[in-house]
Design a protein around this ligand. Sequence first.
Ligand code: ZN
Length: 566
Amino acid sequence: MDRRNCPLWLFVLAFFLILPLGNQAQSRAAADLIITNAKIWTVDPALPTGHAVAVLGDRIVAVGSNGDADAWRGPGTRVIEAQGKLLLPGFNDAHVHFVSGGRQLDSIQLNDAANPQEFARRIGERVKVTPKGEWILGGNWDETKWDPPNMPTKELIDALTPDTPVFVSRYDGHMGLANSVALRLAGITAKTPDPPGGTIVRDAQGNPTGALKDAATEYIYKVIPPLTHDQRLRIVKRALAYAASVGVTSVQHMSADYEDIAVYAELLQRGELTTRIYAAPSIASVGDLAKLGIRRAFGGPFLRIGALKAFADGSLGSGTAYFYEPFLNQGNNRGLLSDEMHPISLMRDRYLKADAAGLQLCTHAIGDEGISTILDLYTDVLQAHGESDRRWRIEHAQHMAAKDFQRFRQLHVIASVQPYHAIDDGRFAESHIGHDRASRTYAFRTFLDHGVRLAFGTDWEVAPLDPLLTVYAAVTRATLDGKNPNGWFPEQKLAVSEAIEAYTMGSAYAEFQEKEKGSIMPGKLADMVLVSEDIFSIPPEKIRDARILKTFVGGRLVFDSGSPNR
Ligand SMILES: [Zn+2]
């Protein structure tokens, strides 16, 4: 009916017919989602457990008994029967390298190639799906699994890769194999000298075999083009899907490139972000963010910026973490301050500038003197600008001087730690730094005893993203080599509830979002995971075998294993 011909009375009638429906919808909104018959651990001390949760839009509206949630049921409500499974707040990984992680997922996998033929076959298959001009990278091959364990050479793959540059890495990261295309692009010939600290492996005639060691790999890395926008998009999508599959609903991306943030922003606009992201670019960009007027945790529920990532020192394994006393068996070596700390006043100036602009500081510090030096600098900023709610962080906080736990507390510094590193580095830490210093390595219990806030993460791609593996690490402290089944420095073990809190509320606090997420309570974003096992009651060593069944972000099911049971 054309409106001009429609009598007025019909409009009035229609108005009164529609009115009651509208009123009803207003007074009793129905939930979009109800999860019922769950075993909920809320991480809300006021109501630690429950059986059901109701979600309206992207927020939780009710937590409690099945009846409490059922009161929100309407004709359009989706109801998920959890069959008694454990429901937790979504995990928030406080320290990831999200694009590097996605790149690792996206790259060729050669580690389990059982022989050179399989190694070559996989590279040949990869060529077929690799866009023209793109490099084939990654791989983590391990020739010790072959019989005989001979190093691969370019001849193995050259015929399969006539136009595609290939540089696949050995699993230890100290060597890679280039094909002829890559060698040509890098200008490596029989005449190229070995660089200091590196080797171009050569055959009997002196020609490069394609294998490059340590510093010689730089010849290749120099000529690999940076990721294109499309590559980055593809990689981030891989990372998002993977994060959902392991129950990670929020990540804090340390050392994010601007190009990464551009990809996140594009996916946000398209409604395709399924993991909430807090991106912290390098402190070298303090000038840009200060100029823009961006402050800490600026943005929306899916994408925030306003933190800066800085580096104090290196790592334990490479002998570059900065200690008061030398490493054992390494002469006088006591590690190195990073180039951002030369001179230390450079870092102080950047901190002051960042703090004046309201930006949050996240500083990588691993050795005891590296950590102490950062606490000194944080103290300088506090004295210059006075008290405020800054939530400074030290990333890793791995080897603490006994005197500094109290200083963490006084400065309200958050220990942003990665329990998996503890069971990894725990294999060799004592041989590098001795028993006394190792006793304050990833000292989670001592931090909590001093009233220091913990935020849990993984450092993915350096370590696996799987949060249940991280909880396992914090609860068991069982080193990866199986030599400490009852825990390495067992007095530092955490309870399951403490580990989960550090991974949810702790990480949320570390990004100024503890009022928005981190626990299952009315008003908060509906980020939740359903777990295959009750990790509170199974033997701790089994926690790593538990799986994520379903992942919800803002009430949206972003991962479904297909069954409530497995
Ligand atoms: Zn890192």
